[in-house]
Write a protein that binds this ligand. Structure first.
Ligand code: ADP
Ligand code: MG
Length: 312
C-alpha cells in the first residue's frame, strides 16, 4: 500500500460542516464563525517517551487527539478541526485500522474533523494540531487569577501516574483495579464541554498534563500570584486512595497525564454542571509560591517536581 492509498483508506472522510476543503488538496479551507477567534495548539506523542510500543492502537489514536482537545478545553474553545502529522516505521494495516478508529471516533464525538496532515516513513511519532474557536475576548487564559479566588479541579487526579508505576514495576495492583487506572492513562477524557461552560466564570484555567504542582505553578506565574493547596482535598479514585500516603501524594501532586482542568473562580461563583465533578482544592494568595498543606494545616515538605523533558 502506498502513501496516498493509506491516506485515502484510513484518514480521508466525507466533507464535514464548516470545512470547505479537507484532506486531499494542498491546504484545508475552513470557514470561521463571524466574531470568533481561532485557538490553535499542537501536541506531539513520541514512542517510548509518551506511550509504550505495546499500547492498543485504538487507545493511542484516542489519546493523541484527546491531549490536544484538552488544550482547547483549557482555553474554553470549541473544537473545529485538526491536522495529523504521522511518521510510521512501516505500513501495518491492523495498526492503522485500530489507530484511525480510535482517533476518528473521538473526533466525531466532538465534531472535530481531520482536515489534513502529512505522512512519512520514520520512527513512530504522532503530531496533531488542533483548531478551535471562542468568541473574541472570551478565551480562558492562565493569567487571570486574582488574590482570593478559589482553585478548583475537575474529575480525579493521579490514576494515570499510578498506572505508570505499575508498568514500571514499582506498584502491584489487582487486575480490575489495574484496568481502571490503565484506562485513565491510555484513554483520558478531555473536558471540552466544561471548558466552554467556564467561559465568563473562571478567571484563569489550564489543563493538567505534567502534574499539578508544576502546571499550577505556570498559572500562578502567569497571573503574578501565589497559592495555598490542600493536599487532602485533591480528588482521587478509590484505587489510588487505597495506596500508601506518600504514593498518593506523588500521584496527585506530581503525576502527569491527568488531562483534568484546573481553574480559578471568585468565591460564590456559579459553577457549571456538565456532569463532571468539581472539587475546591485551594485558594489564591498574594505571597508568591505554592504552599501545600494537609487538612490540619501542616506544611507538606513535598520535594516533588512535575515532569520536565529536559530536567537533569
Ligand atoms: P503535499 O505534498 O502537498 O504536502 P501530501 O502529499 O503530503 O501533500 O498530502 C496529500 C493530502 O493528504 C493533503 O491534503 C494532506 O493534508 C493529506 N494528508 C497527508 N497525510 C495525512 C494524514 N496523516 N492525515 C490526514 N490527512 C493527511
Ligand atoms: Mg506533504
Amino acid at each position: 500500500m502506498g502513501e496516498f492509498d493509506l491516506i485515502r483508506r484510513y484518514f480521508q472522510r466525507p466533507a464535514a460542516a464548516g470545512v470547505d476543503v479537507g484532506v486531499g488538496d494542498d491546504c484545508a479551507v475552513l470557514a470561521p464563525t463571524p466574531g470568533a477567534r481561532w485557538l490553535v495548539s499542537s501536541d506531539m506523542l513520541v514512542e517510548g517517551r509518551h506511550f509504550l510500543s505495546t499500547v492498543d492502537p485504538a487507545r493511542l489514536g484516542h489519546k493523541a487527539l484527546a491531549v490536544n482537545l484538552s488544550d482547547l478545553a483549557a482555553c474554553g474553545a470549541a473544537p473545529r478541526g485538526f491536522t495529523l502529522a504521522l511518521a510510521l516505521p512501516r505500513v501495518d494495516e491492523a495498526w492503522l485500522a485500530g489507530f484511525s478508529r480510535g482517533l476518528l471516533a473521538l473526533a466525531d464525538a466532538h465534531g472535530c474533523p481531520l482536515v489534513g496532515g502529512d505522512t512519512t516513513q520514520g520512527p513512530l511519532n504522532l503530531c496533531i494540531t488542533v483548531f478551535g474557536e471562542a468568541p473574541g475576548g472570551q478565551a480562558l487564559l492562565r493569567s487571570g487569577a486574582r488574590v482570593g479566588d478559589e482553585i478548583w479541579v475537575s474529575g480525579m487526579l493521579g490514576d494515570a501516574r499510578l498506572a505508570l508505576e505499575v508498568f514500571r514495576g514499582t506498584v502491584a495492583l489487582a487486575g480490575d483495579a489495574f484496568e481502571r487506572v490503565r484506562l485513565a492513562m491510555e484513554c483520558p477524557t478531555p473536558r471540552v464541554a466544561l471548558g466552554q461552560a467556564l467561559r465568563g466564570v473562571a478567571t484563569a484555567a489550564l489543563d493538567l498534563s505534567d502534574g499539578l504542582l508544576g502546571d499550577l505553578g505556570h498559572l500562578l506565574a502567569a497571573s503574578g500570584v501565589g497559592a495555598r493547596l490542600d493536599v487532602d482535598a485533591l480528588p482521587r479514585s478509590a484505587v489510588l486512595a487505597a495506596q500508601p500516603a506518600a504514593l498518593q501524594h506523588t500521584c496527585v501532586l506530581a503525576g502527569g497525564d491527568d488531562y483534568e482542568l484546573v481553574f480559578t473562580a471568585p468565591p460564590g461563583a456559579r459553577l457549571p454542571d456538565v456532569g463532571v465533578p468539581l472539587t475546591r482544592v485551594g485558594v489564591i494568595e498574594a505571597a508568591p509560591g505554592l504552599r501545600v498543606v494537609d487538612a490540619q494545616g501542616r506544611d507538606l515538605a513535598h520535594g516533588l517536581r512535575s515532569f520536565d523533558h529536559f530536567a537533569a
